[in-house]
Design a protein around this ligand. Structure first.
Ligand code: BEZ
Ligand code: FE
Length: 307
């Protein structure tokens, strides 16, 4: 049963509150904010004070009913119940509310033409296999082969040699390796740029897939008429000692899901042409490919550490 759909009719908005009611509600906000006065950690005090003001303001603005408050608690309880080492429903909730993406925006300030960041997602693992430049990260995952190449540079165009590039993606059935088996490693890998900052590898052409939607977050999306689908994408995390770490994706141009991405991860600058090659087209490294394949170029620009 959907426990968080409002069972009560909407109440009038906060407009027109009596002075007495207004005074009761405002006094409570100030009292709660003041309860953090003795906090010895100035940042915690700031965050809790602001959270209190925004939360109360939300409750007062929508005139939250007690049944709605109860439904919200039931929703969070369900999110807690389904969360374990492999499933993180609270991050998913943050993702579909755009809170993850906004936190990324706040913490990865735009810097000249540095490549933009986007959501990390729950499917990164830190022991992806190493592949040589030009190697194949698919490791048997089903999907159309895709040749990915580019350079990693600083914003002044200087190549960054030895940058570590982690890549991971879903297979053509929309599943990550770890969704089959926590120990499985396919459609992911890491490689290092050459002395000219260049990199190249075989992956698979990304296809759209749903975020896990068999829990409370999926039901919330259903209740508001939103799709759980993520725009097709290929994840990157790029690190170098002299640069700001970049976590991002690239998105194939022309994907119908595109701007309807369920976690708001798409940015114009990250949409790239994945050029489809008909069967029989010679591949860049001479590999024999049965059927069509695609190719994409992604120039990665890292901001300085201080940015
Ligand atoms: C992902 O891209 O892997 C992802 C991001 C947010 C939620 C679920 C999956
Ligand atoms: Fe993903």
């Amino acid at each position: 049963m959907n426990t968080y759909v409002n069972p009560e009719p909407a109440r009038p908005t906060g407009r027109g509150l009596s002075p007495e009611q207004e005074a009761v509600e405002s006094a409570l906000v100030e009292k709660v904010v003041a309860s953090f006065d003795a906090c010895g950690n100035p940042r915690l005090k700031e965050v809790m004070g602001s959270l209190t003001r925004h939360l109360h303001s939300f409750i007062r603005e929508v005139r939250l009913t007690e049944a709605e408050w109860g439904a919200a608690i039931a929703f969070l309880t369900e999110a807690g119940d389904i969360t374990d080492g492999a499933r993180q429903e609270f991050i998913l909730l943050s993702d579909v509310l755009g809170a993850s993406m906004q936190t990324i925006n706040v913490n990865n300030e735009a810097y000249q033409d540095a490549t933009e960041a986007t959501v990390f997602g729950p499917f990164f693992v830190d022991d992806a296999p190493h592949v040589e430049l030009g190697g194949d990260i698919a490791f048997g995952a089903p999907g159309e082969p895709c040749w990915v190449e580019g350079m990693v540079t600083r914003t002044d165009g200087t190549p960054l040699a030895g940058a570590r590039i982690e890549v991971w993606e879903a297979d053509e059935d929309g599943l990550y390796d770890v969704q089959y088996d926590a120990a499985k490693r396919s459609a992911r890998g890491h490689l290092f740029t050459d002395e000219n900052g260049g990199y190249r590898f075989w992956g698979i052409t990304p296809t759209p897939y749903p975020i896990p939607d068999d829990g409370p977050v999926g039901r919330l999306l259903g209740a508001v008429g939103r799709s759980p689908l993520r725009a097709a994408h290929l994840h990157f995390m790029v690190t170098h000692d002299d640069a700001r770490t970049l976590v991002t994706h690239i998105f194939p141009e022309g994907d119908p899901i595109g701007w309807h991405d369920s976690v708001f991860g798409v940015k114009q600058s990250l949409i790239k042409e994945f050029a489809r090659q008909p069967p029989g087209t010679p591949t860049p490294d001479g590999r024999a490919v049965d059927g069509p394949w695609s190719t994409v170029r992604f120039h990665i620009v890292l901001a300085p550490k201080s940015a």
